[in-house]
Write a protein that binds this ligand. Structure first.
Ligand SMILES: [Zn+2]
Length: 559
């Protein structure tokens, strides 16, 4: 029996036993709904730096974990979102990085095919989850609250669909780009105030969102880039219209689109779980390098300026305003008092600091074209995509033994010939790549340290000694990279602002828990993403019947 189904069976038995026994004394008020709000790529400092008043309010009224961290690798969107709702380390999820080797040909591209995780859709994630056989938070919620739905909303396909896969009823994200001239019923070209191209809601979309023209947004037109396609370093990964709210009245994009879809679901559905991801902080961070650079002093809030929308002060404040909309809707619907709210991020951020911290090609769309991926891979299709990678990676590619390599703020490489001698040869080359501070070789179900750099700063060494081995091992499974190269602080191979590795700046995240009446506290434990699901289950009084890698924290609930 699949463990997802076994969860249902065991819980029914437990419930029957509880009912048969004397009624337990339930002194505390437990939440009957949980809302996870992910601020993609938010660093903990942003809350104060950008005056994110709703995040600060939740931190100051609920339980705040100021030293929370991702706690696993890879610190990537498509990995972290499923960690949060599985309670599992990436090595137990079916995919643990931006790419994996499909050892057992689960997806049908051939035995040992390299597949990029971010190019997959729900049905593929479901296959990977069923192969690893684990229940998700949504499965437990649906058992505890029969008839109530679980839903996910966000801008990006891989973010929403990986998190939703196998346990959500609705998942809503922006779909592929289409021509406005081809708009079909219930819409017509006259339903949008621009011509050219657009994106609409996609996924498993409720009819009231699918039929609402507000969710069509202008994407891919010349005016949707706000100059980011011609300005360095943003041009490495420029805005296309999905993350800036934009000026088309009634057709708001960005985090407003997400909040509007989420609040509609709250209104129309009887829900127990809602996962909402705001992605604009991530996009702006990738383009400009995040909070250390993109400051209030330079690009402060100006509601009248559309160009402020491509910088962090505007976007962070706006993301916070959207969180405020969700809270206001909970209050309006009378749901606030029984909802547990979790605000966190899927990873932090760093950037390629001058003079030479950025190791990729510095050109238009170079993140996608050259920098992130090198080698050959299946992008969710039987067709093989290829790239030679950026010049910085050339010594590694020149070994002739690279199947695929992914580089962001770490380098992860899958080899063709994987005998130990060949792995060591390639690891020696990786050791000498610019910015590499530690190189690991996969050996069974662990990574073994091959080399570490004497040039690490004291801060880098302290953090690496504390976390390096633990982090790389959380992604080690049959399909994971054969070699891992951890990179120095403020070093990136992908785009100017990036994440994915083990650096302190990409690992540290905000983490606030709130329910009305909860006793406020500041908890200096190093809570991880993998601890979210067990903590939610414990807080809601749901017994976990399958093992998780995370641990449950105790939150003081109202009596
Ligand atoms: Zn992310």
């Amino acid at each position: 029996m699949l463990k997802r189904l076994r969860v249902l069976f065991v819980a029914v038995v437990v419930l029957a036993a509880l009912l048969a026994a004397a009624a337990p004394a339930l002194a505390v008020q437990r939440p009957t709904r949980v809302m996870i709000v992910v601020m993609d790529q938010m660093q903990p400092e942003y809350a104060k730096q950008y005056k994110m008043k709703n995040v600060l309010w939740l931190q100051n009224k609920g339980v705040n974990f100021p030293t929370a961290w991702v706690g696993d690798m890879a610190s990537e969107t498509v990995v972290s979102h499923n960690v949060m709702v599985s309670g599992l380390f990436p090595k137990h999820m079916g995919w643990s990085d931006e790419a994996f080797r499909d050892v057992d040909n689960i997806l049908g591209y051939g035995e040992n095919a390299i597949v990029t995780s971010g190019d997959l859709g729900t049905s593929a994630y479901v296959k990977l989850i069923e192969n690893m056989d684990y229940p998700k938070l949504g499965d437990y919620l649906k058992l505890k609250f029969p008839g109530k739905i679980v839903a996910n909303v966000g801008q990006k396909g891989y973010q929403v669909e990986s998190m939703a896969a196998s346990s959500s009823d609705f998942w809503v994200r922006m779909g592929s780009k289409k021509k406005t001239a081809d708009l079909a019923d219930p819409f017509s070209p006259s339903s949008v105030p621009w011509t050219g191209t657009y994106r609409g809601a996609s996924g498993q979309v409720p009819s009231y969102i699918a039929s609402d023209p507000r969710f069509l947004v202008s994407v891919g037109n010349a005016s949707d880039t706000y100059g980011t396609d011609t300005t360095a370093p943003a041009l490495l990964y420029p805005e296309d219209g999905r993350y800036v709210v934009d000026s088309y009245e009634g057709h708001q994009s960005g985090d407003n689109w997400v909040a509007d879809a989420a609040t509609m679901i709250m209104e129309k559905e009887d829900w127990s779980g809602l996962w909402v991801t705001f992605s604009s902080i991530d996009k702006i961070g990738h383009m400009w390098g995040g909070g250390a650079i993109d400051t209030e002093a330079t690009y402060g809030w100006d509601p009248a300026s559309i160009f402020r929308q491509i910088h962090m002060p505007w976007v962070a404040k706006n993301a916070d305003d959207q969180l405020g909309k969700l809270i206001a809707k909970l209050k309006e619907l009378g749901q606030f008092n029984d909802t547990l709210i979790v605000v966190t991020a899927d990873h932090g951020a760093t950037y390629g600091a001058a003079p030479d911290g950025f190791k990729g090609v510095n050109a238009y769309d170079a993140g996608n074209k050259y920098n992130w991926y090198a080698g050959a891979w299946h992008a969710g299709s039987s067709t093989v995509s290829t790239s030679t990678g950026s010049p910085a990676l050339k010594p590694l590619m020149d070994t002739g033994n690279v199947d695929f390599s992914y580089q962001s703020t770490a380098i992860e490489t899958w080899l063709k010939d994987r005998n130990m001698t060949k792995k060591k040869e390639a690891a020696a080359v990786m050791t000498d790549l610019p910015g590499v501070i530690a190189t690991y070789i996969k050996n069974g179900d662990r990574y073994k340290l091959f080399s570490s750099s004497p040039t690490m700063t004291a801060a880098e060494r302290a953090w690496w000694a504390l976390t390096g081995q633990e982090l790389v091992d959380t992604m080690c499974f049959a399909g994971s990279a054969d070699l891992v190269g951890l990179l120095a602080d403020k070093t990136s191979y992908g785009v100017f602002g990036d994440h994915g590795g083990a650096q302190m700046d990409v690992q540290r995240i905000p983490m606030a828990w709130y329910m009305p009446g909860m006793k406020h506290s500041v908890n200096n434990a190093k809570m991880r993403l993998v601890d979210i699901m067990p903590t939610i289950l414990k807080t809601m009084g749901i017994k976990a019947t399958e093992p998780m890698d995370g641990m449950a924290y105790s939150l003081r609930l109202p009596k």
